[in-house]
Structure formats: structure tokens, C-alpha cells
Design a protein around this ligand. Structure first.
Ligand SMILES: *[C@@H]1O[C@H](CO)[C@@H](O)[C@H](O)[C@H]1NC(C)=O
Ligand SMILES: *[C@@H]1O[C@H](CO)[C@@H](O)[C@H](O)[C@H]1NC(C)=O
Ligand SMILES: *[C@@H]1O[C@H](CO)[C@@H](O)[C@H](O)[C@H]1NC(C)=O
Ligand SMILES: *[C@@H]1O[C@H](CO)[C@@H](O)[C@H](O)[C@H]1NC(C)=O
Ligand SMILES: *[C@@H]1O[C@H](CO)[C@@H](O)[C@H](O)[C@H]1NC(C)=O
Ligand SMILES: *[C@@H]1O[C@H](CO)[C@@H](O)[C@H](O)[C@H]1NC(C)=O
Ligand SMILES: *[C@@H]1O[C@H](CO)[C@@H](O)[C@H](O)[C@H]1NC(C)=O
Ligand SMILES: *[C@@H]1O[C@H](CO)[C@@H](O)[C@H](O)[C@H]1NC(C)=O
Ligand SMILES: *[C@@H]1O[C@H](CO)[C@@H](O)[C@H](O)[C@H]1NC(C)=O
Ligand SMILES: *[C@@H]1O[C@H](CO)[C@@H](O)[C@H](O)[C@H]1NC(C)=O
Ligand SMILES: *[C@@H]1O[C@H](CO)[C@@H](O)[C@H](O)[C@H]1NC(C)=O
Ligand SMILES: *[C@@H]1O[C@H](CO)[C@@H](O)[C@H](O)[C@H]1NC(C)=O
Length: 645
């Protein structure tokens, strides 16, 4: 998490311990024997020490030499207890409060449980208190505010509950407070706006509600605010967007509403990260954001933003991640081209550009090919884009994901796509693409997902498709394809094949290669004729097989009884004849089976899944009979009437 990253940087200084007297009076009435006793008590409340950290914590040696103990040189008093990431399990002894000279207490990344008691408040010299990554519970002790020298409190990743004590806002030197990933409730105390030294404020992943207090937003030195995953509401205080100290703003996954400030109201010259996604923000995206020239991450997804994508984003020279999906963004008025793509070509570090689920209705400019070479993800899915895919798209050599699904694009699928050798996922479904699938697609040796369903593609699936050695999903349903090459079955990694609702003709090669991994095959609503290959019984991972609404003839192969993982089988509306093989009784996972509207005859098997079928599964055949539960007529030796069940 981002807060973690920042404090690791900001705390390097804390290790350079300045030894000075914080409590002269305590020094008089306590001694190094008090420290020794406190440490022994600390040790005795540890239940598990698998790394033997405490093996040299013995009376025989001076405690200043013990593992994890730092002492002041002259007075030989404990100033630091550094036992982070030592696999310790136990409670934190209240005796720790007797280490009167302690400045640095780091017990992070262990398995401390139980409560942190008020005695912690005796540590008047404490500057750094780091207890992250434990299982501490209960309230944050109020006594903590007596530690007036505290600069850093990191408690994230525990089970602290209750409210945030407003008393902590009296800590005059506090620069970092990280309370994320706990179970805190209530509101953010406005008095935190009094801690003028505060730089990092982290409360992510708690149950905080209410507004962000204006007072907090006005803190002059605030660099990072992380409130992700809470229940905060209301407008964001404008002051948070007019602050040259700000480096990172993480206010995503709350329910903030209202508009962002525009023009001079947004002044964030040092901002690197802005996460405002999954809120309820409205209005335009301010173009003054383009003045935040250090931005690397800009995520505004899933809000109610309207208007165009702002201009001048090309000034964001360091932008790497730019996500705007799930808003209501529209084109620049009077412009048919998505001209912001031209601006973005100056963002030479761009890695992800996601614009899906908006109301963009323009064309993709040819300059899309000038986007950064580092671009890996490009999505415009679920918009209203028109026109064709510019052939220049082939210049995006590092793209792994390209999604243009669910738009109104037309023309051919450009053969230049074959130049994007790194492409792993291609989503072109739900457009008006026509023509044939370019054979250059076979050059995409890293392709895993090929989605081009619901278009007007015609012709054959190129037989070179077998070259795509990692292809897992082919969805080409609802097109006008006419031919399946046998080589398609050579794809050893294919899990899902959906070619339903096409114009596929011809028959299936009886010698197709059986796949070990193919799970779902849908060839329904085509004109495939000939028999169902017996080899189908060797597709050992098949869970769903739909061959309905074709012209298959001949018998149902009895090998299908081997498809024991099958839960869906639809053979209806074909010309299949002969008996339903008794071997199908072995299909114990079947949830749905349909044999209706064929020319089947003879006795219906009556064991296993057949016990649960209704007559609907057998309607309109030649002469099926036999299953008493189905109320099918018993098989008379001379029965030849078509059974209309
Ligand atoms: C306390 O400090 C004195 C003087 O430095 C030293 O002799 C004594 O051993 C110390 N006691 C402990 C418990 O370390
Ligand atoms: C105790 O153990 C620590 C860590 O293993 C080591 O640095 C230190 O020198 C040891 N102290 C003594 C007195 O042996
Ligand atoms: C505390 O210890 C952990 C684990 O060694 C370390 O990652 C962290 O930076 C330390 N925290 C402080 C504030 O020194
Ligand atoms: C804890 O120590 C282990 C190895 O001892 C190390 O791999 C891990 O990164 C450390 N974790 C932290 C948070 O310092
Ligand atoms: C140290 O702390 C414990 C528990 O908080 C307390 O009972 C004890 O009196 C304190 N003083 C000394 C000198 O150990
Ligand atoms: C900030 O501190 C001043 C002086 O102590 C106090 O009057 C004021 O109420 C505090 N502000 C908040 C928001 O608590
Ligand atoms: C936010 O509030 C809702 C309803 O009050 C609750 O179901 C949800 O768990 C809360 N979310 C968080 C992150 O606290
Ligand atoms: C932004 O902050 C500056 C300096 O703090 C202030 O002068 C200016 O009025 C603020 N602008 C707005 C629009 O609030
Ligand atoms: C960027 O900042 C300059 C100087 O403060 C200002 O004139 C300009 O309007 C800002 N640009 C945008 C797009 O807000
Ligand atoms: C890209 O940057 C160059 C040089 O900084 C500048 O001349 C050009 O206008 C910019 N283009 C866009 C589209 O922002
Ligand atoms: C393209 O991807 C390769 C491999 O992931 C990487 O080494 C290279 O740096 C990337 N090119 C750019 C311009 O980012
Ligand atoms: C029939 O259906 C019931 C309830 O859905 C199920 O528990 C049972 O296993 C099924 N029997 C067979 C043989 O599939």
C-alpha cells in the first residue's frame, strides 16, 4: 500500500537516534534496573519465539547487548526496542511502559495479540511507535496522547476497533499516522486539522463515515491522504486540491459526491498519485489536472463524470496509468475524432489507458498508433465508437490487452493487428466488423483470448489458427462464418469454443484430435452435417456440449458415456437416429440433457441422470419409449409410431 511505501522513506531518519533526556525527573527515580525488569517482563509475555531472538536475553549479559535492544551510550538506558518481523507471538506487556527512555518501539510484522494498554502513555520520550501487521485488538489507548514527542504511529493491519481518539490531535510533532486496515468506526475528528506537522494520514480499510473535515484538508504539510475503502460521503473539501505539498490522494472506494474544483481551484504541482475511483463524483474532469506534471497514476473510474476528456493531458509526461472507465464522458463538442488520443501520444510512459463504459461516440484517430510504445492495455469497450480500427494500431507493439468490444465500429479487422506480437487478449465482440478474419491473426503467438462474437464476420476461420499455441478462449458466435478447419482441434490449450449462430457447414472430421482441456463446446445453430465423431468421447474435460440446431445425422456415439464431467448436453434439433446409448447413464454430473426433435428410436435408458429427466428432453422423435417415469409408452415390439410426448 502506498502509505507503507511513504513511511519507509520518511522514517529512515528515525533510526538515527538522538539521545537526549526527555524526562529528567524519571531518570532520577528509575534506573537501568527498572529497564532490565521491564525487558524481562516483556520477554515473559512472549509465548512463541521460533527464531530464538530471546536466547541471549539473560541475566548474565548486560541488556544493552541483547538482540533488538538499543541503549543510550552514557546512561545505559533502553532507547530502542527493534523486534520487527521476528515471528514473535504473544501479548505486549504493560511493563514496556517502564522503559522511560524508549524512543523507538518497533514490533511490526509479528503476531502480537490482545490489547495495547494505557501504560504505553508513560513513554514520554517515544517518537516512533510501530505495531503494524499484528493482531492487536480493542481501542487505541487514550493514554497515547501523553507521548507528546510522537512523530510516527503505524498501526495498520491489526484489529483495533472503536473510534479514533481525538486526543491524538494534541500530539504536536506527529507527522505520520497510519491506522489503515483495522476495524475503526466513527468519523474523522476535525481536530486532526490542528496537527500542523502532519504529513501522512492513513485510515484506509476501516468503517469510517461522515465527511472529510475541511480542517484536515487545510493542513499545510499534508503529503499523503489515504482513506480508501471506507464509507465517507459528501463533497471533498476543495482545499485538498489546492495544496502544493500534496503527493498522493487516495480517496477511492467511498461515496464522495460533488464536483472537483476547476481552474485555479485545482493546484497540485507535486501530485504523483490521484485515486478517486468508485465514488459518486460529478461534473467535468478539470483540465487544470494537466498542470500536475508529476502525475504517474490517475484513476477516476466508476464515478458520474460527464463532459469530454480534458485537453492538454499530453503535459503529463510521467503518466503511466490512466483509468477513466464507467463514467459518462462524451466527445469534445463538435469533434468527431477522439482528439485526446492525439494529446496522449506525448505521454511516453503510458502503460494503461482504460476508457470503457462511457459515452464516447467518435472515431479512433490514426494517431492512436502514436501512443507510447510502453502501452500494454488499451480499452474503449462499451462506448459508441464509430468508423474503423485504424491500421496504425499495429504500431502498439507492447500491447497485451486490446478491447474495443460493444461499440459501433465497422470495416474489416485490420491485418496490422498481427504485428502486435505481445497481444494476449483481443476483444472485438459486439460491433459491425465484416469480411473475413485476417490470417495475420495467426501471428499472435501469445494470444489467449480471441473474442469477436456478434459481428458480421464471414468466410472461414483461418486454418493457421492452430499456430496459436496458448489460445484458451475462442468466442465467434453470432457471425456469418462458414467453415471450421480441422486444425482448430489441434489447439491444445483451448478451454472454450463458441461458434454458435453462424453458417458453418460441412461435417466434422472423424479424425479430429481429442483435447484434454476443452471444457465448453457450442456449435449450435449452424448447418453442420454428417455424424458426431466418435472421438468426442475422448474430450476428457468437457462439461458442456451443445450441438443442437444442426444437421447431424447417424447415431449418438456410445463413447459419449465417457464424458463423465459433462453437466450440459444438447443434441436436439438434428437428424440423429438409432438408440440413445445406455452408456450415457454414466454421466452422473448432468444437469441438462436434450434429445428432442431427432429421429431417435428405441428404449430410453432409465438409470442415472435419466431418472430425473422430463419428457421435454425427448419430444418429437421417431419412436422413443420405455422410461416409465417419463410416461413414455412402453416399448411394444412392433411400435413404430412417432412418440409425441
Ligand atoms: C546499570 O548501570 C551500571 C553502571 O553503568 C552497571 O554497573 C550495571 O551493571 C547496570 N545494570 C544493569 C542491570 O545492566
Ligand atoms: C545477542 O544476539 C544478537 C543477535 O543475534 C547479537 O547481535 C548480539 O551480539 C548478542 N549479544 C550478546 C551479548 O551475545
Ligand atoms: C519496523 O520493522 C519492520 C520490519 O523489520 C520494518 O520493515 C519497518 O520499516 C520498521 N519500522 C520503522 C518505523 O522503523
Ligand atoms: C520479514 O523477513 C523475511 C525474511 O526473514 C523477509 O522475506 C520479509 O520481506 C520481511 N518482511 C518485512 C515486512 O520486513
Ligand atoms: C513497571 O510496570 C508495572 C506494570 O505496569 C508496574 O506494576 C510496576 O510497578 C512498574 N515499576 C517498576 C519499577 O517496575
Ligand atoms: C485546535 O486547537 C485550538 C487551540 O488549542 C482549539 O481552540 C481548536 O478548537 C482546535 N481545533 C479543532 C478543530 O479541534
Ligand atoms: C458501509 O456501510 C454499509 C451500510 O451501512 C455497510 O454494509 C458496509 O459494510 C460499510 N462499508 C465499510 C467499508 O465500512
Ligand atoms: C489556493 O491556495 C492558495 C495558497 O494557499 C490561496 O492563495 C488561493 O486562494 C487558493 N485558491 C483557491 C481557489 O482556493
Ligand atoms: C496551469 O497553470 C498555469 C499557471 O498557473 C495557468 O495559467 C493555467 O491556466 C493552468 N492550466 C490549466 C489547464 O489549468
Ligand atoms: C507534444 O509535445 C511537443 C513537445 O513538447 C509539443 O510541441 C506538442 O505540441 C505536443 N503535442 C501534443 C499533442 O500535446
Ligand atoms: C515492451 O515490453 C518489453 C517486454 O515486456 C519490455 O522489455 C520493453 O521495455 C517494453 N517497451 C517499452 C517501450 O516499454
Ligand atoms: C436427481 O435430482 C435430485 C435433485 O435435483 C438430485 O439430488 C439427484 O442426485 C438427481 N439424481 C440423479 C441420478 O441425477
Amino acid at each position: 500500500m502506498s502509505v507503507r511505501r511513504l513511511y519507509n522513506a520518511s522514517l529512515m531518519g528515525a533510526l538515527a537516534l538522538l539521545v537526549h533526556l526527555c524526562m529528567v525527573d524519571l531518570a532520577i527515580c528509575s534506573s537501568n534496573f527498572t529497564d532490565q525488569l521491564a525487558l524481562f517482563n516483556f520477554k515473559s509475555s512472549i509465548k512463541n519465539d521460533p527464531n530464538n531472538v530471546f536466547s541471549n536475553w539473560t541475566k548474565e549479559t548486560n541488556f544493552c547487548g541483547w538482540a533488538g535492544v538499543l541503549c543510550s551510550r552514557r546512561r545505559q538506558r533502553v532507547t530502542g526496542l527493534l523486534l520487527g518481523n521476528m515471528s514473535l507471538k504473544g501479548t505486549i506487556s504493560p511493563h514496556v511502559g517502564n522503559l522511560s527512555f524508549l524512543q523507538l518501539l518497533n514490533l511490526s510484522y509479528n503476531s502480537f495479540y490482545g490489547h495495547l494498554t494505557d501504560e504505553i502513555g508513560y513513554l514520554r520520550c517515544l517518537k516512533t511507535l510501530s505495531l503494524s501487521g499484528n493482531m492487536l485488538e480493542g481501542n487505541i489507548p487514550l493514554g497515547l496522547h501523553h507521548c507528546q514527542r510522537l512523530e510516527t504511529i503505524t498501526f495498520w493491519g491489526n484489529k483495533f476497533s472503536g473510534r479514533i481518539p481525538k486526543e491524538l490531535s494534541t500530539l504536536p510533532s506527529l507527522s505520520l499516522i497510519a491506522l489503515g486496515q483495522n476495524e475503526l468506526i466513527g468519523t474523522i475528528p476535525p481536530s486532526f486539522g490542528n496537527i500542523s506537522s502532519l504529513e501522512v494520514f492513513g485510515l484506509e480499510e476501516n468503517h469510517i463515515y461522515g465527511n472529510v473535515p475541511t480542517e484536515l484538508a487545510q493542513l499545510p504539510n499534508l503529503k499523503l491522504i489515504d482513506l480508501v475503502f471506507n464509507n465517507l460521503t459528501g463533497p471533498l473539501p476543495p482545499a485538498i486540491f489546492n495544496k502544493s505539498s500534496m503527493v498522493e490522494i487516495d480517496l477511492n472506494y467511498n461515496a464522495f459526491s460533488g464536483n472537483l474544483p476547476t481552474n485555479n481551484g485545482l493546484f497540485l504541482p507535486n501530485l504523483e498519485i490521484l485515486l478517486l475511483d468508485h465514488d459518486q463524483l460529478t461534473g467535468n474532469i478539470p483540465s487544470s489536472l494537466s498542470n500536475s506534471s508529476k502525475l504517474t497514476l490517475l484513476i477516476l473510474a466508476a464515478n458520474l463524470f460527464t463532459g469530454p476528456v480534458p485537453k492538454h493531458l499530453g503535459d503529463l509526461k510521467h503518466l503511466e496509468i490512466f483509468h477513466l472507465p464507467k463514467n459518462q464522458l462524451t466527445n469534445e463538442p463538435g469533434s468527431i475524432e477522439l482528439s485526446f488520443l492525439t494529446d496522449l501520444s506525448n505521454c511516453t510512459s503510458l502503460v494503461e489507458l482504460l476508457m470503457g463504459q462511457n459515452k464516447l461516440s467518435g472515431t479512433l484517430p490514426n494517431s492512436v498508433g502514436n501512443l507510447s510504445n510502453s502501452l500494454e492495455m488499451l480499452s474503449f469497450s462499451e462506448n459508441q465508437l464509430i468508423g474503423t480500427i485504424p491500421k496504425e494500431i499495429g504500431s502498439l507493439r507492447n500491447l497485451t490487452v486490446l478491447s474495443l468490444a460493444a461499440n459501433n465500429l465497422n470495416g474489416n479487422i485490420p491485418s496490422t493487428l498481427g504485428e502486435i506480437k505481445s497481444l494476449q487478449r483481443l476483444y472485438l465482440g459486439g460491433n459491425n466488423f465484416h469480411g473475413s478474419i485476417p490470417i495475420e491473426i495467426c501471428l499472435l503467438s501469445n494470444l489467449g483470448d480471441l473474442y469477436a462474437e456478434q459481428n458480421k464476420l464471414s468466410g472461414t476461420i483461418p486454418s493457421c489458427i492452430e499456430n496459436l499455441r496458448g489460445l484458451q478462449v475462442i468466442k465467434l458466435h453470432h457471425n456469418k462464418l462458414t467453415f471450421i478447419p480441422s486444425s482448430l482441434w489441434n489447439l491444445e490449450t483451448l478451454r472454450l469454443l463458441d461458434l454458435s449462430f453462424n453458417s458453418l457447414g460441412g461435417s466434422l472430421d472423424p479424425n479430429i484430435r481429442p483435447s484434454r482441456v476443452l471444457e465448453i463446446v457450442d456449435l449450435s445453430w449452424n448447418q453442420i452435417s454428417g455424424s458426431i465423431p466418435r472421438v468426442i468421447g475422448s474430450f476428457q474435460s468437457l462439461t458442456s456440449l451443445n450441438l443442437s440446431r444442426n444437421l447431424f445425422s447417424g447415431p449418438i456415439p456410445n463413447t459419449m458415456g465417457n464424458l463423465i464431467t459433462l453437466d450440459f448436453l444438447d443434441l436436439s434439433h438434428n437428424n440423429l437416429s438409432g438408440q440413445i446409448p445406455k452408456s450415457l447413464e454414466a454421466l452422473s454430473h448432468i444437469q441438462y440433457m436434450n434429445f428432442s426433435c431427432n429421429k431417435l428410436a428405441g428404449e430410453i435408458p432409465n438409470e442415472g441422470p435419466f431418472m430425473n429427466l422430463t419428457s421435454r428432453s425427448f419430444m418429437e422423435n421417431e419412436a422413443l419409449c420405455g422410461n416409465p417415469i417419463l410416461k413414455v409408452p412402453p416399448c411394444a415390439s412392433n411400435s413404430s409410431k412417432k412418440s409425441m410426448i
